[in-house]
Ligand binder design. Structure first.
Ligand code: ZN
Length: 272
């Protein structure tokens, strides 16, 4: 879209659709880069070929060299993760602008077409989405980064056990869908704003005329099925939460059964 000559709405709509369509191509090229990174990571892992031929355990220079390669590879993985996120941001921005155009357009057929700088509108939308994106969406937890680290033979830190200890009196609201009000079922995360909903809740929302993220304060004013991905982390959290609840229920039942005077502190363990 040229800045000098603002395009008509229909031309702009077509251009927007073309941009959205071509995003798959960009995604595919990042995915290819990522596949190569994983292959190299395999090669660098403790039982990989490079490690075997260089013998870093007896040669400090070789060890340093391999460490350097690993660091570089992890940087590349983070770069790929970032590219993927930028593509998502771009597609959402174009989709937002496109929907606004269509809404304005549906006002009347013979409405006078105003000259709009769509390029600027897309930039503004991208800025808005970036500002709105959950800052705790740390790239070090991005699946692409995790996959490369795993291929490198690094142990991925699991916070499961820690969380069970620290979070044993957790608030069940943290595991409830803001739409259905029930514990998350098949949770999906909005790739742009980072908010999570149950699949059923999202379907419900998508039936509304005005589709926007229902989280208070979120300015994501468009929602579509292809904007979400499965929220594996939330799935696991809900599973753990249910398990904790179950354990507490069992404990209470046992306490009732045994009578209070027989209950010593830590009298029995509940670990199966
Ligand atoms: Zn949101």
């Amino acid at each position: 879209m040229a800045r000098s000559r603002p395009s008509s709405t229909s031309t702009a709509l077509h251009a927007a659709q073309r941009s959205i369509d071509s995003s798959d191509k960009y995604r595919a090229s990042v995915t290819k880069l990522h596949a190569h990174s994983k292959m190299i990571a395999d090669f660098l892992s403790p039982d990989g070929r490079l490690d075997k031929s260089l013998e870093p355990s007896s040669d400090p220079d070789a060890a340093q060299f391999i460490e350097g390669c690993k660091r570089r590879l992890k940087d590349i993985a983070e770069g790929n993760a970032k590219r993927m996120k930028e593509i998502d941001v771009f597609v959402s921005a174009v989709t937002n602008v496109k929907n606004e155009m269509m809404q304005k357009n549906s006002g009347g057929e013979n409405q006078e077409e105003e000259a709009v700088d769509y390029e600027a509108a897309i930039h503004t939308a991208m800025e808005q989405i970036r500002n709105n994106t959950n800052t705790n969406q740390d790239l070090s937890n991005h699946p692409m980064v995790i996959e490369v680290k795993t291929a490198l033979g690094e142990k991925i830190q699991q916070d499961d056990d820690l969380e069970i200890i620290h979070n044993s009196t957790s608030d069940s609201n943290a595991y409830k869908c803001p739409i259905t009000g029930m514990l998350f079922e098949q949770p999906v995360r909005n790739k742009i704003c980072g908010h999570t909903y149950s699949s059923a809740g999202l379907s419900q929302l998508l039936k509304n005329k005005k589709k926007s993220c229902p989280i208070p304060g979120c300015t994501m004013n468009y929602l579509a099925m292809n904007m979400v991905e499965e929220d594996e982390e939330m799935k696991m959290k809900v599973k753990r939460f249910k398990k904790r609840e179950e354990m507490e229920r069992k404990k209470r039942e046992m306490e009732e059964d045994m009578g209070e005077e027989e209950m010593g502190e830590g009298g029995f363990t509940l670990i199966q």
